[in-house]
Each structure stands twice: as structure tokens, then as C-alpha cells.
Design a protein around this ligand. Structure first.
Ligand code: RP5
Length: 163
């Protein structure tokens, strides 16, 4: 029996990244997008990272969301090993508040792109929404769910502040 295929892989460098990356997972779930989560460290488990990224397309993934903090090589190394779109989420590190993660992920040399999101929770949620937008190009039902999600978000904004 073959394992079920999922559209998105949410990978992260450490268990400590999960509180941030959970926001991506929750957003994908809210939109009915199937995904898997994996800890794949560029530094501590480089061979796991290599195996994952090399096989990602054949494994049926369409998009990879990669969160990492500090010297955050995971999104860039993953993008170097697969032609799939990679969205990078800079984790808010303790030492430099995530500026280290952001610059590590965003400053890719020309030729290997990583779509880099904001630091922390906002980046994780937006990575999932961006993945949804891309997948929705070929999935009318998902496009409808994404429209509904955005409409609900707008409806939840009050006209006036509570004083
Ligand atoms: C990176 O190192 C991870 O992505 C994580 O953000 C950071 C710190 O990892 P831990 O020391 O908390 O495991 O590889």
C-alpha cells in the first residue's frame, strides 16, 4: 500500500521551531490543505535533509514551507536540492530576535530562490496562505475556501475600536 500523498511539507530545523510553525499547520488545516510536518535540520541531520529534499517532488509534495532560526540554512539548502517552491519562515531567535534568521533565509544568491516571509507567527501564517494561493491556481474548490477565509477575516474586523 502506498502512503497517502500530501500537497505541502512543513519542515523545521528543531522541535523548538514548532510553536511558530504550528501557525502554518493550523492555517493549512483551516483551509483543508493536506500536509505533513517533519524536523529536518540542515546542521544536525544534514543527511535527513538531503534525503527529504531530494525525494520531495517524487513523494508528491507541491510546496515546502521551511522554518528555521539563527544560522538558518534549511530553507536555502532545501531549495538547492529540489525544484519545488520553498517558502522560508524565519524563526524569532532569542539572541537576535530573528533578524539573524531573516537575513540567513532572505539573502539567497541569484539562481536558487526562497520565498521569504516575515519573522515568526506572521510569516508562518502567511507562508500557509501563500501556499494556498499557489495551490488554488489549479484547484477551484480551494480557491473558494481561500476566498471564504479572507471574507471571514474582513468580517471579523470591527468598524470602531472598543473603548
Ligand atoms: C535552528 O537552530 C533551528 O531552526 C532552531 O530555530 C535553532 C535552535 O535550535 P535548538 O537549539 O532550539 O534546537 O537549526
Amino acid at each position: 500500500m502506498t502512503a497517502p500523498r500530501h500537497d505541502v511539507a512543513v519542515i523545521m530545523g528543531s522541535q523548538s521551531d514548532w510553536p511558530t510553525m504550528k501557525h502554518a499547520a493550523d492555517t493549512l488545516e483551516a483551509l483543508g490543505i493536506t500536509f505533513v510536518t517533519r524536523i529536518v535540520s540542515a546542521h544536525r541531520t544534514p543527511e535527513r535533509m538531503f534525503d527529504f529534499a531530494r525525494n520531495a517532488r517524487d513523494d508528491g509534495f507541491k510546496i515546502i514551507i521551511a522554518g528555521a532560526g539563527g544560522a538558518a540554512h534549511l530553507p536555502g539548502m532545501t531549495a538547492a536540492l529540489t525544484p519545488l517552491p520553498v517558502f522560508g519562515v524565519p524563526i524569532e531567535s532569542k539572541a537576535l530576535s530573528g533578524k539573524d534568521s531573516l537575513l540567513s533565509i532572505v539573502q539567497m544568491p541569484a539562481g536558487i530562490p526562497v520565498g521569504t516571509l516575515a519573522i515568526g507567527r506572521s510569516g508562518a501564517i502567511n507562508a500557509a496562505l501563500l501556499a494556498a494561493s499557489v495551490l488554488a491556481l489549479g484547484d477551484a474548490a480551494l480557491a473558494g475556501r481561500l476566498d471564504d477565509w479572507r471574507a471571514a477575516q474582513s468580517a471579523a474586523v470591527a468598524d470602531e475600536p472598543e473603548l
